[in-house]
Unconditional design. Structure first.
Length: 241
């Protein structure tokens, strides 16, 4: 299993994926530097809300799809699946390795955004104490909320040979976030809305789905992840190549 993860890492270590991982943090840096205006006594939380709005609502779900498509691009080209599965590895190992790398790439994106937030805070002269607990809960929560998205996007990327098809599916399902995320009825159960709900500081709950408890959010994320991952794994293990 570790060899498969290392193999997947070698494939992407010099790819365009690293440039893509910095797109959202760079945009967040511009937004935070020029658009942040302190309004109350919780500057770090206010800045976190500002950066999370666009990042977790649009870019993070989109990046999950882009990363998944890139991870499967090599195997879809020139009979790559046949070559890989001809090696002494199981399909389960291959699928799990790709999912692990996909989640690592999303973790890198989250880490870069955290660094950007700290830079913006220093630029605006926001001092201590830095609410590390709140920041960790937000960034880790946003990353964990991507589990069902990553599972579903890996499923779609494995199923479609076209690089554009899974991206189109992801874009179509991400755009409604602008409306769905504010819906108390649909927001908590829509996988693409969950990263934003998880990243917003708890003090931001006040309307729509923002008052959703962490227990409910965790149950929804874990449940949808199990369904999507099991479906993708079952499809891949039975997929003819």
């Amino acid at each position: 299993m570790l060899k498969m993860i290392r193999s997947e890492w070698i494939k992407i270590r010099r790819s365009v994926v690293w440039l893509l991982s910095g797109v959202s943090p760079i945009i967040a840096l511009a937004i935070g530097t020029f658009g942040y205006r302190p309004k109350g006594g919780f500057p770090w939380e206010e800045m976190l809300s500002l950066l999370s709005a666009l990042h977790a609502m649009l870019f993070l779900p989109l990046l999950a799809g882009v990363y998944a498509a890139l991870l499967c691009r090599y195997e879809h080209a020139a009979g790559g699946w046949k070559q890989m599965l001809a090696m002494p590895v199981s399909r389960t190992q291959v699928y799990f390795a790709k999912f692990v790398i996909l989640m690592l790439l999303l973790a890198v994106t989250q880490a870069l955004l955290l660094i950007v937030l700290l830079i913006i805070g220093a630029t605006h002269g926001i001092g201590s104490p830095i609410p590390w607990g709140t920041l960790f809960a937000s960034f880790a929560g946003g990353w964990l909320a991507c589990l069902p998205l990553a599972a579903l996007q890996l499923f779609v990327s494995v199923a479609f040979q076209s690089f554009a098809a899974p991206l189109a599916v992801n874009v179509i399902l991400t755009i409604p976030n602008v409306l769905v995320v504010n819906s108390e009825r649909f927001g908590p159960y829509y996988p693409w809305a969950q990263p934003m709900l998880a990243m917003l500081p708890r003090t931001d709950y006040g309307f729509g789905a923002f008052h959703l408890s962490m227990e409910t959010l965790a149950a929804v994320v874990l449940g949808s992840f199990c369904v999507f991952f099991a479906a993708g794994w079952a499809y891949f293990t039975n997929k003819p190549v």
